[in-house]
Design a protein around this ligand. Structure first.
Ligand SMILES: C[S@@+](CC[C@H](N)C(=O)[O-])C[C@H]1O[C@@H](n2cnc3c(N)ncnc32)[C@H](O)[C@@H]1O
Length: 417
């Protein structure tokens, strides 16, 4: 089998030797050939292909090349793959290694992020395990087309009996304004971009997170559940008191709100997805939280917070966990403005504690913290950081060579009154 070969410069070669799993396209030295390759892909109406990378005429690795990605994503540097396809053995070994890391080193049991793309040498594949249900996000054809094989390996290595697969670039959950907030109809049918392998009748399960249970469903508007916030949600319980008023902004299926609810707080969950809020209600009931202790409001978080401020409402604890406000560096300024505004609103509503998060890859830790501090000046509230700067749970692995795998930022602040 012959593969398109792109030659890389010394720096990129060195960074691969130092465990990096991505190569920027500007490190390709045979540029003309790369441009011709782009045209060939466009003509064949494909956007990607598996290629070989070389340095000094020696095989460096096999990788996914896509006209849609700014980087070339390394699959393997094993020399035996220089003239063979990525095969069952490759997937088996990579998936087993990823799973063993979660179970043997991190001590996860039944529910965890099992595959986190480059961090597990399985670029473009993100896979969460919720008991015996798997939920996979495939951001390449390579990942989507191999999902049946991946499912068979999961069946062999784990107790997974159903795998939901969604294809596409990561959900672009852009900042939604009042005018474009609509509840979308949920769809769990199989389509060209959505597959279910295995037991199609088993699409829901109940997972445990500390003292709390959550229902997770592949029928949801997003696939599954935000496992990345697990430790931060558990930590919230330390700061919530009985009969506190707690506001969970962008609550999704009630993640933070349920943890506050089991402490006896009166919780208000706000989200623009009706379906997510239906789940939030089910999760409240599942945890024995009575209907007079929770309230769900569907709509745009910014407008709802403004209305609350106008009515003079106050909450002991406010949690802000919005979607990524940008998926590119060029929108950074707008994203920071949106975080600033949301935090000003949150701080105006909060009496004792503010929990504030950002899941934007392009907003770095210090930038985010500065934005929140600047919001505190605008809201005229002095804030004190509680504990450390929190991030994603450790199954969302951050490798040292590809630090941009770290995306979640979460800060707890006490408000000085
Ligand atoms: C990162 S998730 C929140 C996860 C949640 N805190 C948890 O622990 O599971 C972001 C949520 O924000 C919601 N959302 C996006 N834009 C919104 C807006 N303008 N107003 C209200 N909710 C919004 C999405 O529907 C999604 O459920």
């Amino acid at each position: 089998m012959t593969y398109e070969t792109l030659k890389i410069d010394k720096r990129a070669y060195q960074s691969i030797k130092n465990f990096s799993k991505v190569v920027y396209k500007n490190a390709v030295v045979n540029r003309e050939e790369m441009y011709e390759f782009d045209e060939k892909l466009a003509d064949s109406s494909k956007s990607e292909e598996i290629i070989n990378l070389e340095y000094n005429n020696n095989f460096v690795g096999k990788a996914i090349y896509s006209t849609d990605f700014p980087t070339i994503k390394i699959l393997t540097t094993l020399s035996e793959y220089s003239d063979k396809d990525i095969d069952y053995e490759y997937f088996y070994n990579s998936i087993k290694k990823a799973n063993d890391y979660r179970t043997d080193i991190l001590n996860y049991n039944d529910t965890y992020r099992m595959i986190y793309a480059e961090a597990d040498s399985l670029p473009t594949i993100v896979l969460d395990k919720y008991n015996d249900i798997g939920s996979m996000h495939a951001s390449s054809n390579f990942a989507f087309d191999n999902s049946k094989m991946i499912f068979e390996i999961l069946e062999e290595l784990t107790d997974i009996t159903t795998l939901g697969v969604v294809k596409g670039n990561k959900t672009k959950n852009k900042h939604k304004t009042k005018s474009n907030v609509k509840s979308k109809k949920d769809n769990h049918q199989e389509t060209a971009d959505r597959l279910i392998h295995g037991n199609k009748d088993k699409l829901e399960t109940t997972i445990t997170e500390g003292n709390v249970k959550f229902k997770v469903s592949l029928k949801g508007h997003k696939t599954g559940f935000f496992l990345d916030q697990r430790n931060n949600r558990i930590d919230l319980e330390n700061y919530v008191k009985e009969n506190d008023k707690v506001l969970d902004i962008c609550s999704y299926t009630g993640g933070f709100a349920v943890h506050a609810g089991i402490k006896g707080a009166d919780v208000t969950s706000v989200d623009m997805s009706e379906k997510a809020l239906e789940f939030a209600k089910e999760n409240m009931e599942l945890n024995g939280i009575k209907s007079d202790k929770y309230n769900c409001i569907c709509g745009d978080a910014f407008s709802i917070m403004k209305e609350m401020i106008n009515k003079g409402e106050k909450f002991d604890v406010v949690i802000l966990d919005p979607p990524a406000f940008t998926d590119s560096k060029k929108d950074l300024k707008n994203a920071l403005n949106a975080y600033n505004t949301m935090n000003v609103l949150g701080l105006k509503l909060a009496k004792r504690i503010l929990v504030t998060c950002s899941c934007s890859h392009h907003v770095d830790r210090e930038e985010f913290k500065k934005t929140v501090v600047s919001a505190s000046y605008r809201a005229k509230k002095e804030i004190k950081q509680i504990g450390d700067y929190k991030t994603q749970a450790p199954d969302h692995v951050i490798t040292m060579a590809n630090k941009d795998l770290e995306y979640l930022k979460c800060l707890f602040f006490a408000i000085d009154n």
